[in-house]
Design a protein around this ligand. Sequence first.
Ligand SMILES: Cc1cc2nc3c(=O)[nH]c(=O)nc-3n(C[C@H](O)[C@H](O)[C@H](O)COP(=O)(O)OP(=O)(O)OC[C@H]3O[C@@H](n4cnc5c(N)ncnc54)[C@H](O)[C@@H]3O)c2cc1C
Ligand SMILES: C[S@@+](CC[C@H](N)C(=O)[O-])C[C@H]1O[C@@H](n2cnc3c(N)ncnc32)[C@H](O)[C@@H]1O
Length: 673
Amino acid sequence: MKLSHAQISFKSSGTPVADDFSDVYFLDAHGCAETDYVFIEQNDLLNRWLQFELSDSISANVFVIAETGFGSGLNFFQTLHHYSQLLEQGHTLPRLYFLSTEKFPMTMADLQQSIAVYPHLSKWVDELLPQYPMALTGCHRMHLWNGLVTLDLWLGDIHDTLPQWLNEHDGLVDAWFLDGFAPSRNPDMWNEALFTQLARLSKPNGTLSTFTAASIVKRGLVKAGYKLTKTKGFRYKREMILATFTELAIRQPTQQQHSIPYYARPAQPLLKHVTILGGGIAAGCLAYLLTQQGIEVTVHCKDAALAQGASGNDLGGFYPQLNAQASIASQVHAASFVYARRFYDALLSQGAEFGHAWCGVLQVGFNDKVQQRQQNLIDQQVWPADLIQGVSASQASEIAQVELPYPALFIEQGGWISPPQLVKAMFALAQQTGLCQINTQSTLSTDVITNLTSDPSQAVIYATGAESARLAIPALPYRLVRGQVERALASTQSTNLQTVLCHKGYFTPAVDGIHALGSTYVKDDVNCEYRHSEAQLNLAMHQQSLVACPWIQAMPLPTSGRAAIRCSTPDHLPLVGAVPDVQQQLIDFNQLYQAKPAHTYPQAKNFKGQYVLTGLGSRGLTTAPLMAQLLVSQLLGLPIPVTQTVANALNPNRFLIRDGIRRLSYLDRFTAS
Ligand SMILES: Cc1cc2nc3c(=O)[nH]c(=O)nc-3n(C[C@H](O)[C@H](O)[C@H](O)COP(=O)(O)OP(=O)(O)OC[C@H]3O[C@@H](n4cnc5c(N)ncnc54)[C@H](O)[C@@H]3O)c2cc1C
Ligand SMILES: C[S@@+](CC[C@H](N)C(=O)[O-])C[C@H]1O[C@@H](n2cnc3c(N)ncnc32)[C@H](O)[C@@H]1O
């Protein structure tokens, strides 16, 4: 959902002030010194990093700092400054995850101006700004310093965001920077719910420091399980708080602070090697992200070459599917889209080459009903304009550079991508690490997989697209839908099209004189031959939808194209996570309708070491990168980049859990056919 930016004034010294709170973001001329004293020194970060005992486990080699109130990012940049100095001195350090929260994000310009008074930080600001998120609630994951530093910026009210952080293990945070406007100026933030969350998320013996010594903070932290140490405050301040989390009792399951056991996401801390079955976008994203983490990957792709399945179409539209309400599905799409755009830009900056254009996408209001729906989306103001905005018919024509007499929704950061080129580029980057081996015309039998995954250093991921339904991934509800995309010769008029148009189908700008016209939907048909009859239907669908566009009416019938099978699910969301032991889970969770407290149920039983990433449906270009990032983070026991609600909504066992809650028969409903 959309957030408001902070209203900032700048003092003559250059220090930013939040108008709504009448408080400064940092002290005049002493911002960095205050960060150093209050947060970096009191949490003893430099020594803790230097003395960090690196182990065999990736998750154990990570140091997690979490902050309340990202603001100008000064604390983050200054932390990075110290961290990078140690690295440059040749020290081996744990990788850094910096998780921050912000309800009123600064605009990029305000952030830049705020930090300009500290030129030694400009290098980090320059690295962050191209990735800096739009004002959209949720987690925005960014990578800096060649991936050694991950910034998860959680936008939204802290009382909404912190409860959504997944804490599957024994705590998440090594050191809290408890920053914020003074408690007297922002009492809504500093309350018991906040202190409870800090404790829920803290690692045993995790530390916390804060500039304030307000008694409400002291009392709240003690009650939440922190042991306080009285410390001299920065400069003229008499006192500040330094605290250590010692009270483990606070995190007993009865406190209902853990994630829900039936949606548990198992990690494999000893993971060294992952076998991926697949050769499409899902497999490519996984291979790239896993090798970036130093994990060895072996890919088995059953086809003679990569990207022969759904990811083999020449061109695909890149855009999210958003509704007027921030439904879970819309949240998944919005979060996936902004992450994917950052992910693709990062690939490009690493030298990856794949056909694409960030030319924007116009969702055309091609009839009254669609126009009403679009107007509703605009009126609700749920999404930031830099994600999606309404445009008039004349603006739409201006953007498209062809006659388009319809109002539309414009997704400026969208465009088109060549999926097969993208897939190959991701695998090429994975191979460049020396950690990725690819076998085509190859697969593994169930016995080999079972044998392999008995070793905790091994995992197998099914990224097998529509084939998943045929494999031994047990009893998950797949929906297979054939689709055909046409290769349509550009005409003198259509060649001017400068943006992707979508309505019932999509129409890309011409690339090498050819438009992609997508696509047909034929349920439960798994044949992939090209059909002239579908080409007719496809063109007719475009011509009927955009009936007022003469240039489309003049398009000749395409004579070539490509068909493939989409793998979707009943709720149109991907399947991302451990492969559930359906038989066992049906026994364990068949009485969920009794609505007992969640913690009284056992952890979900899954097939050890086996995971799935499929069900990308008709928007794989949008969802695959974040879904892969989620699965890789889960597997390695790293902070999860989506809300708990979204993670649960993607869990492959969600259908059986929901049926348990509603007292329905999962097996009859989803696996009978
Ligand atoms: C007609 C059509 C148009 C589309 N248009 C768009 C669009 O415009 N925008 C968009 O974002 N998305 C679009 N999609 C959806 C998108 O293409 C898919 O979501 C995405 O490609 C799915 O990727 P995947 O990796 O999950 O599956 P796939 O690309 O199908 O890959 C599955 C891979 O698994 C391998 N495999 C299967 N079984 C085994 C096995 N047993 N062992 C080893 N390997 C195996 C296959 O060889 C294949 O390489 C479209 C899809 C279709 C069909
Ligand atoms: C003192 S500033 C933080 C300074 C920041 N750490 C820096 O380095 O610039 C406090 C921040 O908390 C944010 N904030 C205030 N109330 C909040 C809430 N309820 N949830 C999340 N963030 C909040 C403010 O918008 C502001 O950016």
